[in-house]
Design a protein around this ligand. Structure first.
Ligand code: HEC
Ligand code: HEC
Ligand code: HEC
Ligand code: HEC
Ligand code: HEC
Ligand code: HEC
Ligand code: HEC
Ligand code: HEC
Ligand code: HEC
Length: 425
């Protein structure tokens, strides 16, 4: 009997210990219990729910679906009388989520700084407006965030994480069948993946580069700081926008209703800019200005200046590298060369004034630096040649001396033999 009693005491301890320690008593959750045992679409929500941010915060099925989780009787548990809504209609989802997410008191209990304007913003977007009109093909909250395994947005596995978002949007926007009723392109994803932005974001891990929502906004029609998506570039590329806004293009492009920067750079497939944009058969300027016009002439002059600077810096680089690899001290000129590169960057920004004089100033500065570093490199190479000539001369002197010595030694060795030579005969 003794061992059994000890067992009883042990069991009692297990049951009471958590209560004694003040841990909350486990609520019954018949929804999870029963649905975990079900298959397919009925079982999956319960199977993945442990990864959901709502489960982490203590919410469960009935907080979205209603019903009573304290009874095992499916009829009672899922009765409309107890608020059960079943599977919500697509058009009802934003309001379902917003019941909590627009409630600042509730949300701030869990995250004090969290925004509570997702629904309000969403209703201003094309998605939100079309859904309100009954179109279920647009994105609702769960198409971007998923459902039953909703993660924190900063979680790398969240479908709205910047690196995953393009694929999330592409599920609809790259699907020609899904988008067929609407007269818009389905190439955004494909083009974006070839862009300087995706390259910076995905290949260099630069999280300041834009993903789809950085330009289009998370929930609203456009990010809050811009009037339209077409003006979004300047929020990051500030200097470019300042010059562009003062340029002759700004008023005409804006009257034409085209986005400023995107006229020349495009929107989704932005490429690394180069001189080819200014001159040659594919030049963007040539689309609107012929070569004889003021615009055409300006393009040619800017291309010439940038081309000369690029070439001059490359030539200095080549000479300095040669001197350096031959062991000459050129670090000062190499440091100065960095300032030349900076002048090139400035000249490329200055292009956006679309005036030759604006590019001339940094370009000339850069050209002066390149000329200086070229001279430094060349004199280092001359110094090297001079040293080489000196070295060659001393080598020759040493060789001649050694040759002379060798002859002298040979003579010394030969002399004692000379006498007996005749004697031998
Ligand atoms: C004893 C088992 C059992 C319990 C308890 C239970 N369910 Fe169900 N649930 C089912 C079965 C079986 C179905 C599919 C048949 C049906 O629709 O009645 C279902 C269907 C559903 C559906 C899909 C309905 C639709 O319209 O497609 C949802 C949502 C759901 N349950 C949520 C809940 C929630 C929330 C709870 C707890 C409040 C709960 N269930 C409790 C067994 C259960
Ligand atoms: C954050 C809110 C939320 C929570 C929590 C939640 N659901 Fe759902 N559930 C939804 C939404 C929204 C849908 C509609 C999905 C759709 O339209 O594809 C849904 C759909 C379902 C369906 C129908 C699936 C289908 O494809 O027919 C079932 C069954 C279901 N939920 C069960 C559960 C169970 C069980 C739990 C708890 C483990 C749970 N849900 C927790 C929001 C929630
Ligand atoms: C078109 C896709 C999309 C839709 C639709 C969408 N979201 Fe979001 N949501 C995002 C993105 C993108 C983020 C930001 C991710 C980040 O910060 O990196 C986000 C962030 C959030 C956040 C974190 C706080 C914040 O505002 O940054 C919450 C909460 C949220 N969404 C809830 C909702 C709710 C509720 C709905 C429906 C009313 C909804 N979302 C609809 C894409 C979407
Ligand atoms: C019963 C209340 C409730 C409902 C309904 C609800 N949520 Fe939440 N949700 C919360 C709370 C509380 C948090 C934790 C606070 C936070 O992180 O913003 C949260 C967190 C989130 C987060 C993580 C935000 C972050 O911090 O990164 C997302 C995304 C989210 N919910 C989306 C949804 C979506 C989509 C729906 C509808 C399908 C939904 N929620 C329905 C209460 C709710
Ligand atoms: C569930 C499918 C779906 C998802 C996911 C989705 N969209 Fe949409 N989106 C649509 C549909 C359908 C339209 C309506 C097209 C129209 O009216 O021209 C639309 C419209 C748009 C528009 C307006 C197009 C116009 O007419 O000018 C933009 C911009 C947009 N979506 C961006 C996004 C971004 C960015 C994401 C990801 C964060 C995304 N969408 C995710 C289906 C989706
Ligand atoms: C660098 C900013 C930027 C990024 C990143 C971006 N877009 Fe856009 N997107 C734009 C601009 C600008 C427009 C043109 C809008 C206008 O003229 O009002 C546009 C237009 C659209 C449209 C309307 C149809 C069209 O092609 O004109 C859709 C849909 C769209 N983008 C989806 C996406 C998706 C999906 C992604 C991510 C794969 C994405 N965008 C990434 C800036 C961006
Ligand atoms: C969210 C911030 C952000 C937005 C919005 C944005 N960009 Fe960028 N952009 C970047 C970052 C970061 C890089 C990578 C910088 C680098 O490579 O030095 C970049 C690179 C570029 C480059 C290549 C420059 C280079 O030196 O390699 C061009 C051109 C460009 N963006 C144009 C645009 C245009 C046009 C738009 C609007 C349609 C735009 N960007 C919107 C952040 C942004
Ligand atoms: C009228 C055509 C035009 C417009 C409009 C325009 N750009 Fe450019 N942009 C160019 C040209 C040409 C270059 C390339 C100069 C070179 O590399 O030789 C360039 C280069 C750039 C670069 C790369 C600079 C570098 O260091 O390589 C960025 C970034 C850029 N532009 C951003 C913008 C932004 C942001 C806007 C809008 C505020 C804008 N551009 C408007 C023609 C334009
Ligand atoms: C989409 C058409 C378009 C493109 C592309 C374009 N421009 Fe223009 N540009 C105009 C218009 C329209 C004006 C104002 C009318 C005018 O003066 O010709 C203008 C004005 C100018 C002016 C002032 C002309 C004057 O008479 O004062 C210069 C300089 C100029 N552009 C240079 C460029 C350069 C350089 C590029 C390429 C980087 C370029 N433009 C690309 C349409 C364009």
């Amino acid at each position: 009997m003794k061992p059994l009693r000890r067992g009883n005491a042990f069991l009692l301890a297990i049951v009471w210990l958590p209560l004694l320690c003040g841990a909350p008593a486990e609520h019954k959750d018949s929804c999870v219990e029963c649905h975990t045992a079900l298959e397919g679409n009925l079982g999956k929500p319960a199977a993945v729910f442990s990864q959901d941010v709502h489960a982490r915060d203590g919410f469960s099925c009935s907080d979205c679906h209603g019903g009573d989780r304290n009874t095992d009787d499916p009829e009672a548990s899922m009765s409309r009388a107890r608020g059960f809504i079943g599977k919500p209609a697509r058009t009802a989802i934003p309001k379902l989520c917003a019941r909590c997410h627009s409630d600042a008191t509730l949300i701030h209990r869990f995250k004090p700084q969290q925004r509570v304007d997702q629904l309000a913003q969403y209703q201003t977007s094309v998605h939100g407006k079309r859904l309100a009109a009954g179109d279920g093909a647009v994105a609702t909250c769960i198409d971007c965030h998923s459902v039953h395994d909703i993660r924190e947005v900063r979680d790398a596995l969240s479908p709205v994480h910047p690196l995953r978002l393009p694929e999330t949007c592409a599920r609809c926007h790259a699907d020609a069948r899904h988008m067929a009723p609407y007269k818009i392109e389905t190439n955004q994803f494909e083009q974006y993946r070839t862009s300087v932005h995706w390259e910076a974001l995905a290949k260099r891990g630069d999280l300041s580069a834009p993903s789809c929502a950085s330009c289009h906004g998370n929930h609203g029609a456009a990010p809050p700081q811009v009037a339209s998506v077409a003006n979004v570039c300047g929020t990051c590329h500030v200097l470019f926008e300042e010059l562009y806004n003062k340029s002759p293009h700004q008023p005409v492009f804006s009257a034409m209703g085209t986005g400023g920067c995107t006229v020349c750079h495009g929107n989704h497939g932005i490429k690394q800019p180069s001189l080819a944009m200014l001159s040659g058969s594919g030049a963007v300027c040539a689309q609107c200005h012929d070569a004889t016009s003021k615009g055409g002439a300006t393009a040619a002059q800017m291309a010439a200046l940038l081309g000369r600077l690029q070439e001059a810096l490359a030539k200095s680089d080549e000479v300095l590298n040669r001197a350096h690899s031959d062991g000459m001290e050129v670090s000062e000129a190499q440091m100065r060369q960095l300032e030349g590169r900076e002048a090139l960057v400035k000249a490329r920004v200055a292009v956006h004034a679309f005036q030759t004089a604006a590019v001339e100033q940094p370009a000339n500065q850069g050209l002066a630096i390149a000329a200086e570093t070229l001279r430094a490199g060349q004199s280092a190479l001359e110094e090297r040649n001079h040293r080489r000539r000196g070295l060659a001369l001393s080598l020759i002197t040493i060789l001649i001396t050694m040759g002379g010595l060798w002859l002298a030694i040979r003579n010394l060795e030969a002399k004692p033999e000379a006498a007996p030579k005749s004697a031998r005969r």
